[in-house]
Design a protein around this ligand. Structure first.
Ligand code: F0G
Length: 419
């Protein structure tokens, strides 16, 4: 099975370029990486992965940010706005409340456009340049569109984003707009937007930069590499578990790929691989349903709803990569209510960490899994927070304190404070 944790070295196909090729996760058909535009397998239409003849060890990494890991990426450099190298915050109060040996928050909201999408875009836009693309496109719940707009313009390309009308947080639309994307508001949900943009890309209208694009996930692997290096430096050991919000399951797939490559390179023992633990909102939880039912396929949910609009997704395209990731690492998946998400958002804010609702799902899920005894108290855990508080100012204002009107004089302010 191609998606298992194995130390076996792959056979290098003739179509590899500098030791890099694309391979189908189902039928193992291989393709040259940069000759033609291709998102899925020509033979069976399944998902593709980037594969390498030589995998790096931790000693090979140097520098800071995503491109520190160039030896684990398909190109040596890319269109960059200094993405990656995000903080791995200590949260002593939350660690004690949840009751864990160690808890850290990997805050991806500290990337240049405020989400982890920048890591995928720096690599994806570089590949688009390599392929000679002049127009980039994505469907998005918001963050991908902000990152695509920023990295696309920096790379001198036209950008097109398809967003579900009325369901994208204000900060994200503002970013896509100012960074110069053409914003197409679709009368449908994210999954409908993705169907359309895949058809547009298939017809050669634009280069697709959703997480279906295997190159984007290469950039997102670096989240896992940074977390592992961070824990090793601070605790002398890797984390036992990584908890993350799940939408299209791109990060789940990317982190699993990072672990598989480290196992293959002899840098990580099988029993050291962190348990991938996915969290979805109750109103959009098809991955959780598949894990709970032991299913090999995810059922598409046509009606999805959650305040965490970033993960309001009913058809996770990377499920065939992510399901083995959760299972092979002995992880799990759980859903949380919008109320539990809001509570977790406040808890993180009380530690000085401002995140958008989807991000807080990871902490809400961890809290629930601890309460259910599924996560043990001697575990070292990393929670991924994927986007910044300012992405969704309306959700932040609704979850936080209301402003209090006061008169424009000190005595009036004092009177108000004394009330
Ligand atoms: N958290 C945030 C803040 C996101 O924006 C997304 C996805 C996810 C989590 C889910 O990550 O897809 O890797 O499981 N946002 C996409 C977008 C869909 O269009 O911005 P995943």
């Amino acid at each position: 099975m191609s998606l298992s944790l194995s130390a076996e070295k792959p056979d290098v196909p003739d179509d590899a370029a500098d030791g890099v090729w694309l391979e189908c996760i189902d039928c193992a058909e291989t393709f040259a990486p940069f000759e033609d535009v291709r998102y899925t397998c020509d033979a069976c239409d399944s998902l593709l992965e980037v594969r390498y003849a030589d995998l790096p060890t931790f000693d090979d990494f140097e520098g800071r940010g995503v491109w520190r890991y160039a030896d684990a990426l398909p190109l040596e450099s890319g269109v960059s706005v200094q993405e990656g190298a995000t903080p791995l915050y200590e949260v002593p109060r939350l660690e004690e409340e949840i009751g864990l040996e160690a808890l850290r928050i990997k805050h991806e909201g500290m990337n240049p456009t405020g989400s982890f999408k920048d890591r995928g875009m720096t690599v994806g836009v570089a590949v688009a340049t390599e392929l000679g693309a002049d127009r980039l496109a994505c469907a998005s719940t918001g963050n991908t569109s902000a990152a695509l707009a920023a990295y696309g313009s920096r790379g001198g390309m036209e950008t097109l984003v398809l967003l579900p009308a009325g369901k994208v947080a204000a900060g994200k639309i503002a970013q896509a707009s100012l960074h110069g994307a053409r914003i197409l508001e679709v009368d449908g949900n994210f999954d409908a937007c993705l169907d359309i943009v895949q058809e547009l890309a298939g017809q050669g209208e634009a280069y697709l930069l959703n997480s279906l694009n295997p190159f984007r996930l290469e950039g997102q692997k670096t989240i896992g590499l940074e977390i592992l290096e961070g824990f090793r430096d601070d605790y002398g050991a890797f984390p036992d578990r990584i908890v993350l919000p799940v939408g299209n399951a791109g990060n789940t797939s990317a982190l699993y790929k990072a672990f598989r490559e480290l196992v293959q390179a002899g840098e990580l023992d099988r029993d050291e691989v962190p348990k991938l633990t996915g969290v979805q909102a109750e109103g959009a939880a098809p991955m959780v349903e598949a894990i709970e039912n032991g299913a090999n396929e995810v059922r598409r949910w046509d009606d999805v709803e959650t305040r965490a609009t970033a993960i309001r997704i009913g058809n996770p395209v990377n499920a065939p990569k992510a399901l083995p990731g959760i299972r092979e690492t002995d992880g799990t998946a759980i859903s949380v209510s919008d109320e539990e998400i809001t509570v977790a958002q406040r808890t993180l804010a009380a530690e000085g960490i401002g995140v958008e609702p989807a991000s807080a799902a990871s902490v809400a899920g961890l809290r629930k899994l601890r309460a259910e005894g599924i996560v043990a108290d001697d575990e070292r855990v990393a929670c991924l927070t994927t986007g910044h508080l300012l992405k969704d100012p309306d959700a932040a204002a609704a979850a936080g304190n209301d402003p209090e009107p006061v008169p424009a004089e000190t005595s009036g302010v004092l009177e108000h404070l004394a009330e």
